[in-house]
Design a protein around this ligand. Sequence first.
Ligand code: NI
Length: 169
Amino acid sequence: MAIREIKKYPEPVLKKKTAPVTAFDEHLQSLIDDMVETMYAAPGVGLAAPQVGISKRLAVIDISSREEQYPLIVLINPSILKSEGEIEFEEGCLSIPEYTAKVTRAEQVVVGCTDREGKEVEIEAGGLLAIAIQHEIDHLDGLLFIDRISPIKREFFKKRYKKIARAEK
Ligand code: NI
């Protein structure tokens, strides 16, 4: 296992729609293991493949540091089958350090995906887990949480980001 470099905004790979996972081979298993290790080391509660530079429909989630009853989840080729309700939560992202903003998402979701062996599964989730799943699926569609905040807030974020980027040069 190895810790991989986390790609940060505005890396182009973060804006790309990912390709489905088709081969459940050793290569995929070691990518998943690396992503899990990278997520724990960060530390974070979720990590999508584009965040380590791989444009594939794969993400890992572990919210047990906040809600301990939930195990590690590997989402492969996920799609949202059902969503209900509304919940607002202050989100952050390992690819956008030192910035958080309130995002509104569905409060309950049912997701169809496969596990790491390629077996089809359905996951029903609410609250924080539902938020994490939607955040990660967004990554797989080339969306970041800043794409879901108001245009005014997003402009503010971009200005602040440019200032920081200039200061680092
Ligand atoms: Ni993220």
